[in-house]
Structure formats: structure tokens, C-alpha cells
Design a binder for this molecule. Structure first.
Ligand code: COA
Length: 295
């Protein structure tokens, strides 16, 4: 099995040296072994009142898989079939999720043929040493402070409502309250939150987790230090005038000044605004999340 995982990691490294963490399976779960593939299956059951429950359905069955041999698609298909045969939906809001290195395309047809669809990408870009970007005319970017609690919470909530359209993020009764707590206790005191103003009115915001808070994702990126751009939102009336560009430049400038070398983020792949926006800002996919909702 060690050789199989090593072969998997070598194939992924050859197509994307920026992907890390493929030479082991992480965490606890049920082991699945088939010819040329191994998997670790686990299930997350979320409290609907938790903030985490905003980011996915309530029950998410996850499979980590490592595949090798001459036919990676068949190997992935076999371990998926073993996993799917054991899954029995036992309540509402159940989904399956498999995260796969985006550039390791050889096996992924096995996911498509079993009804999985790509819903989100983890994307990354290099942060170059500090070179301040040219200011965007008429857009002022400033640091958010505790007085901005309501305005940041409101934009964060509108971002979730926008993202929820794509079928994974889910707004809940407690979402606004949990967001407000998170903005007050974590975002404003501990993270890098910037607001954009147009004619003196707040028009957008960006929130970045500094490297001290990105251990949950930095182990999947072969670069360090890593910051995580978790939130970007521009009010609909202000879109298309450079506000998003000004916020992104400010986030990159600050990260560079703090010694960050790589910025990562998630975006919904069906999002017609963010997908081209992030690609144009230099981000490229690292992992693709394939999902299937269970009836
Ligand atoms: C994605 C989103 C943040 C983009 O914000 P935006 O303010 O509309 O983006 P911008 O206006 O800065 O950039 C859009 C285009 O306008 C261009 N633009 C227009 N005027 C400009 C100016 N004065 N200066 C610079 N760029 C300008 C940009 O170059 C860009 O085009 P390009 O990507 O071809 O280079 C915004 O659409 C949004 O909030 N969407 C809903 C929520 C969302 O999807 N968030 C992202 C979650 S991951």
C-alpha cells in the first residue's frame, strides 16, 4: 500500500508540484482497499446552529483516495464503487464529497460517470515581494475596525446568499448571528479585513486569514507562508468598476509586506463572477471538489 500511495503522489507531483499532502491519508475513518487504489472514508455531521453548517450540507460523506497503476480512472472507479456500495443515506441533507488535485486529470472521468459534479476549486497564486499596485481611481481602501461590525457582517451574509445559489453553501436560521460572532471575535481582531469606499460609502470588503490561522489548509500547498483569502464581496451596484481589483491588490500588498509567498482561496466553479475574476487575478486551481447530493 505504501508503494501505491508513493506512486499516486509521484503522478500528482509530476503534473502539479504545488500540491502537497498526497503521500499519506489524513485523519480517521474506514479504510477501503481495491486493486490499485486505497481510500479513507469519513463522515462530517454538523450542528445546524454552527457556522460550519453554512459552508456545506449537514451530513457530508468524504472519501480521500490514492490511485496508481496503468489505469488510474479504473482504479478510482473501483474505490468509488466500494465506497458508494456502503453508503446508506440516514437522514436529510446528505452529500458525498471528493477533493481531487485539479491537474491530475487522468482519473476524474470515474467521478463524472458516477454522477459527481465539480462544485468548487481551491485556487492559489504566488505573492511576489512587496510591489504596491497602482491605486484604482475613485476607490479608497481602508482597514476595517470594530465600528464596521455591522457592515462587514451584512456583506458577508450577502456573499453567502449569492454563493448558496450554486448548491453547496447553505444559509441557515443562525447564519447571520454566527457570522456576526465570527466577525467580532476573529475577523476584526485577528485577520486582515479591508473595506473599499466609493464616494465615502462602503462598497466592498475582503478578509484574509494570516499564516498563523491557515494551518487547516496550508498543509495541502507546497509553499509557505500561506495566507487564505476567505471572503470577497462587492455590492451589486458597485461591480465592474475596479472595486474588486482594488481590494485584491490591497490584500496582496499587505500579505507581501507580511512575508506571505502564496495566497489560496475557495471559489464556486459555477459562479460566473468569481471564476473569471480570480483567474484574471492570477489564481489557478489546485484542488477540485467533486460532489453528489444524495436524494
Ligand atoms: C467577484 C466580485 C468580487 C468582483 O468585484 P468587482 O468590483 O465587480 O470587480 P472589478 O470591477 O474590480 O473587476 C471586474 C472587471 O472590471 C474591470 N475594471 C473596470 N473598471 C476598472 C478600474 N477602474 N480599475 C481596474 N479594473 C477595472 C477589471 O479589470 C475586471 O476585468 P478583468 O477581470 O477582465 O480584468 C463581485 O462580482 C462580487 O462581489 N460577486 C458576488 C460575490 C462573489 O462572487 N464573491 C467572490 C466569492 S469567491
Amino acid at each position: 500500500m505504501d508503494d501505491l500511495i508513493k506512486d499516486h503522489a509521484a503522478r500528482v507531483r509530476a503534473v502539479d508540484p504545488l500540491v502537497a499532502g498526497q503521500d499519506e491519508l489524513h485523519g480517521k475513518g474506514e479504510w477501503l482497499e481495491v486493486r490499485d487504489a486505497v481510500g479513507l472514508a469519513s463522515t462530517d455531521r454538523l450542528d445546524p446552529d454552527s457556522l460550519q453548517a453554512t459552508w456545506s450540507p449537514l451530513v457530508v460523506h468524504r472519501l480521500q483516495a490514492r490511485v496508481a497503476g496503468p489505469d488510474p480512472e479504473t482504479a478510482l472507479g473501483a474505490v468509488l464503487d466500494r465506497w458508494l456500495a456502503r453508503r446508506r443515506p440516514d437522514g436529510p441533507e446528505q452529500a458525498l464529497s471528493v477533493s481531487w488535485p485539479s491537474r491530475d486529470t487522468a482519473p476524474v472521468k470515474a467521478l463524472a460517470l458516477r454522477g459527481f459534479m465539480p462544485v468548487a476549486a481551491v485556487a492559489a497564486r504566488r505573492i511576489l515581494p512587496h510591489t504596491p499596485a497602482a491605486p484604482v481611481p475613485d476607490v479608497a481602501v481602508r482597514r476595517a475596525n470594530q465600528d464596521d461590525l455591522d457592515v462587514v457582517t451584512g456583506m458577508y451574509r450577502r456573499l453567502i446568499d449569492y454563493d448558496a445559489q450554486f448548491g453547496w453553501v447553505t444559509a441557515r436560521a443562525s447564519t447571520t448571528e454566527r457570522l456576526r460572532e465570527s466577525v467580532a471575535k476573529e475577523v476584526l481582531p485577528l485577520e486582515w479585513c479591508r473595506l473599499a469606499e466609493v464616494a465615502g460609502r462602503v462598497a466592498g470588503c475582503v478578509i484574509v486569514q494570516p499564516p498563523t490561522r491557515t494551518r487547516w489548509i496550508s498543509s495541502s500547498v507546497n509553499a509557505a507562508p500561506v495566507a487564505y483569502l476567505g471572503t470577497m464581496y462587492v455590492e451589486p451596484a458597485a461591480r465592474g468598476h475596479g472595486v474588486g481589483v482594488a481590494l485584491t491588490d490591497a490584500a496582496h500588498d499587505h500579505a507581501a509586506a507580511e512575508g506571505v509567498t502564496s495566497m489560496v482561496l475557495h471559489h464556486a466553479l459555477p459562479n460566473p463572477l468569481s471564476t473569471p475574476f480570480w483567474a484574471r487575478r492570477g489564481y489557478r486551481p489546485l484542488f477540485t471538489q467533486w460532489i453528489r447530493h444524495l436524494p
